[in-house]
Write a protein that binds this ligand. Structure first.
Ligand SMILES: Cc1ncc(COP(=O)(O)O)c(C=O)c1O
Length: 438
């Protein structure tokens, strides 16, 4: 790895973060010799907790009990970085799957899902009025993080393979010009959701990732790789992550168990260059101390029971479940929306991103007239770098509604679009009449 000045990616507020002494002592105590006597920690005595054991039964009928010392650990404070046995598992998992160059330069931390890792990272890097690069459209949860920071979101246009490298270069050259003229700062971070992206369903192929990575090296940009759908792709091969390509140490990668095991357990992990992860750890420690240990213990048990290969084959089954739903939804769209809309077949995930023809803005159509017909879709504005501009895209989710409901929704949407065309026609006609009269 080259010598990146990571201080450049830590803003003034984050640079002032310092670890709390008590948390440092908890870390040492956890990893120290067992005969160490501690009168230092302010942790409660778990003898006072009312839980005797927690029984977990899996859908395949197998069971495990969390009891004794394991339960005591599950109910107690732990070092912020995570429950050490789970941390060991996710490190092995990450090394096996991504095998990033320069493994020793990274550190990992357990998070409350991707969203948690994303907000900690962006809040570490971004200052008010900074610019940030995103794929356009992009995950709306990211906008929720950066909006209060007053960040200038630069959306990079995409084709079916994700962001277009030349558009990224053009945007960066524009920023450079503006910066050199004294009016701005270069973006320090690019947020990407590379596999089966929410909302577009696109996956960035490896060659394109290499090109994007090189550009980020040239312009000194951290890639925030939020890969929440990494295990939910419908491709023949597992995509190669940006982390796997990270020769310089400029990728922070987020993994999430939300889409494949449970969203309510709030479990994910973050890997990145040590100095940056240390700062994120202090932030997490000051906000929530650490992620729920009970959730972490449940996941560690799954790792032990199923092993890495068992987990991966479970994830494959989950992906197969969504794939059937995708195929069904696309078939419904072929049947009801042909000629009214245009779409790409998503490469994974839970969403279809599609364009409505003959309607320039779908917002009112969906959120006023659509809701009255008892169908809900998300208007595309929600995912655009410029959410104020008119948008004729819709995001449809095929994850949870029954197949019958999906078909009905698509049929009703077709009716809604036809009515919208009539409404627009009438508006145009009356405008023309007004013009003739006046
Ligand atoms: C792209 C993307 N990132 C992150 C998240 C949040 O995931 P988590 O539950 O792991 O915080 C979502 C959830 O919808 C998502 O679509």
């Amino acid at each position: 790895m080259s010598a990146i000045d990571y201080g450049y990616f830590i803003n003034a507020i984050s640079a002032r973060r310092r670890p709390a002494l008590t948390r440092e002592i908890t870390k040492r105590q956890y990893n120290g010799p067992k005969d160490q006597i501690s009168l230092a920690e302010g942790v409660p005595n778990e003898i006072t907790f009312p839980f005797e054991s927690i029984a977990v039964t899996l859908k395949d009928g197998s069971k495990f009990d969390i009891k004794g010392q394991e339960l005591a650990s599950a109910l107690q404070y732990i070092p912020t970085q995570g429950y050490p046995p789970l941390l060991k598992c996710v490190k092995e998992f990450t090394q096996k799957i991504h095998n990033p160059p320069g493994w020793d330069k990274y550190e990992m931390i357990i998070t409350n899902g991707s969203q948690d890792g994303m907000s900690r990272t962006l809040e570490m890097i971004l200052e008010e009025n900074d610019s940030m690069l995103v794929q356009n459209p992009y995950y709306a949860g990211t906008e929720a993080i950066v909006k209060p920071l007053n960040v200038n979101v630069i959306g990079i246009d995409q084709d079916e393979f994700g962001i277009i490298p030349q558009k990224l270069v053009d945007a960066l050259e524009n920023c450079k010009k503006y910066t050199e003229e004294g009016g701005g700062r270069m973006p320090k971070v690019m947020y990407l959701n590379p596999t089966a992206s929410n909302p577009s369903g696109r996956t960035i192929p490896t060659d394109r990732k290499r090109e994007i990575y090189q550009i980020c090296c040239k312009y000194n940009i951290i890639i925030l790789e939020d890969d929440a759908y990494y295990f939910l792709h419908f491709l023949d091969e597992q995509p190669v992550s940006f982390l796997s390509l990270d020769t310089e140490g400029r990728v922070i990668r987020l993994d999430s168990m939300s889409k494949v095991l449970s969203s309510g357990l709030r479990l994910g992990w973050l890997i990145g260059p040590k100095k940056l992860v240390e700062n994120i750890e202090i932030h997490i420690s000051s906000c929530i101390i650490h992620s729920s240990v009970l959730s972490q213990v449940i996941l560690e048990n799954l790792f032990r029971k199923w092993g890495i290969n068992g987990l991966l084959s479970y994830f494959e089954k989950v992906a197969a479940f969504y794939r059937v739903r995708r195929d069904f939804t696309i078939a419904c769209m072929e049947k009801h929306l042909k000629g009214l809309c245009e779409w790409e077949v998503p490469t994974g995930g839970m969403f279809i991103w599609f364009k409505v023809l003959g309607v320039s803005d779908v917002y009112d159509m969906l959120l006023t007239r659509g809701l009255k017909k008892h169908i809900t879709f998300i208007p595309g504005q929600n995912y655009m770098a410029d959410p104020a501009a008119a948008c004729n895209y819709i995001r449809a989710s095929y994850s949870k509604a029954t197949l019958k409901q999906i078909e009905k929704a698509m049929q009703t949407l077709a009716k809604l679009i036809r009515e919208e065309h009539l409404l627009l026609r009438r508006k145009l006609d009356s405008l023309e009449e007004d013009l003739i009269i006046t």
